[in-house]
Design a protein around this ligand. Sequence first.
Ligand SMILES: [Zn+2]
Length: 297
Amino acid sequence: MYVDTFSLDVSTRAPTGQTNAYLVSGEPVVGDTDAGPRSDDTDHEPPSDDADAESGTAERADTDPETETLLIDPAARSETLDTVVHEKGLDHVAVTHTHPDHVDAVAHYATTTDATVWARRWRTDRFREATGVDPDRTFLDGDAVGPARVSDTPGHAPDHVAFETARGVVCGDLAVATGSVAVAAPEGDVRAYLASLRRLLARDPPRLYPGHGPVIDDPRGTCERLLAHRRDRERAVREAVAGGARDLESVVDDAYETDVSGVRDLARATVVAHLEKLAAEGHLRWDPTTERVSPVT
Ligand SMILES: [Zn+2]
């Protein structure tokens, strides 16, 4: 089992400016699979031996999903990815979620290969809208997609899933090696996100393959750090309200110690997601229409 990383240039707010696509397969694709994300401008050895690629396709014969290839999050095309897909063939295409910085080349690889295109069941409209592609098949939590198994991990996005493999979990925007991922209104759901992180933690995978940034070799430490980060943010929001903040802008001002002027829209959306959680849990009142917040008396 191999998980190969293709770092693709995309328009994303992630600091790297890149999204990682992953090719999960039963055999190595390009060089050392443990090297972490690579840019396409680095020297890749092209996948060798076309005869093998041919017979590999024949051998797959739908009998052993371990030997099938699954492309996850083709956020863009790249020469390397095109070459590898051309040489190896592609059995399955899927995405961790349908945000625009994860889906742009789904249509390309769907139409230029025989791959089965998968989407989360009940989320096919959203998938079609984001990718322009009608999925061939749908999956639910626990289903096998070629060599990987689907795990529902909503929170960052409502349709977010992770793909479990023998080598680790392709976790999309559930986790990142440094910093944090956005869990922001209207898409983000903090309660779901925390549950997904705990679920991932309980699985205790050997490594995580995130949507952005390097491979995570310490999944446990990373999940715990991200959980702590959410707890800290929640505490800051609660303290802001306890301290007298009564509207969204004041809560944002009080809840962030750093200057958020460059990313204020994201800070606002993050605070709203936390206010929604706290209101759902009965800790405060939040009116999304007036953007007023008040303590529970
Ligand atoms: Zn996303």
